[in-house]
Design a protein around this ligand. Sequence first.
Ligand code: GLY
Length: 393
Amino acid sequence: MKNRACFLAVLVALAYLCRGSVAVAQVLDVDGQVEYCRGQVERTLRELRGRDGKIDYTLTPRYVGAAEHHWNLRSVKRPDEWCAGFFPGILWMCADTLEARRFTQELEYLAYSPIYDHDLGFIMIGSYLKGWETTHDEHYREVLLAAADSLATLFNPRVGTLLSWPRNVAMFGGHNTIMDNMMNLELLFFSGKKENYDIAVCHADTTMKYQFRPDHTANHVAVYDPVTGRHLYNCTHQGFGDNTLWSRGQAWAIYGYTMVYRYTGEQRFLDFAQQVTEAYLSRLPDDGIPWWDMGDPMIPHSFRDASAAAIAASALVELAQYVETPVSECYMKEAKRMLITLSSADYQSREKNPAFLLHSVGNMPAGTEVDASINYADYYYLEALLRLKNYPQ
Ligand code: GLY
């Protein structure tokens, strides 16, 4: 009861926050932006066709660097290419079924190979799940079920979460779980198997318990003792510091808990999705695009992360459907604010390169894909636009 009362107070504060935010005066031309994305996809396919007119479907367009004008391609025949599913997903969303099928089928081997890490979820959700949603092709479902069973092998029942990076157990000194992993629970839920459902729910609950600060901001990495299951410590891998807020991690949490609520209908997940959303929205600059890390001491002379904004916008359009007014209106207003900025000349790639968006930060500590166009920013931007277009009236 006390928790519920606190939670309602948070909602009131959230509604107040939204009323006080910069007015969304501009109108978002959703159809026009979706058309823009389709045009950029055509450019990408032309670029991939090259001189001989043939596409190598084993190569995926991954990013365009800040000073570059063309996609850097990556082989999808390496299981560590975690971004391999996003371009097929973009093709499914653009209804280019022929090319989507060709890029998708190159990923099938991953469902039947020893698992590399949790990113199998990202890869299969972008490609096969989007493909299944479009075609209801039974073969796609079979591949997804095999992939889900493979992902489930990363679960440690003593800890209560999936191991995200098997290769980094020694480096972290234990079973590591990263916030991004919340996204991949969708593959387990989709499978419809009770064992997988229970794993996904347990992962979401354990992560909720140990991987957030009291103010509902996310830690990137949680480390657990793999034998006793004890939570050891939290830290960052891609953020500025262990005590700062890496924006994409918070965006994964918003999207992840909203998705978990979609599959479970459990009130605690909806409440938590709203709490992590409030923590994110209350830290945003006025234009709705977060700094890559909210605690970077270089702010305002630092980089924004369009990918985090696109993920959060897509999640907010879904979350708005699960709550009552005025909170739902607030979430829609915030999502539109983000999408209006992303759709502006400051953030769209337009003639600069064939991606949709500029200004994402992939991995700042590693110095890779900084201020770049990245395929997952494009994927969630298009998904957000389509969710907005199909929002129940
Ligand atoms: N899942 C990796 C990232 O968000 O960069």
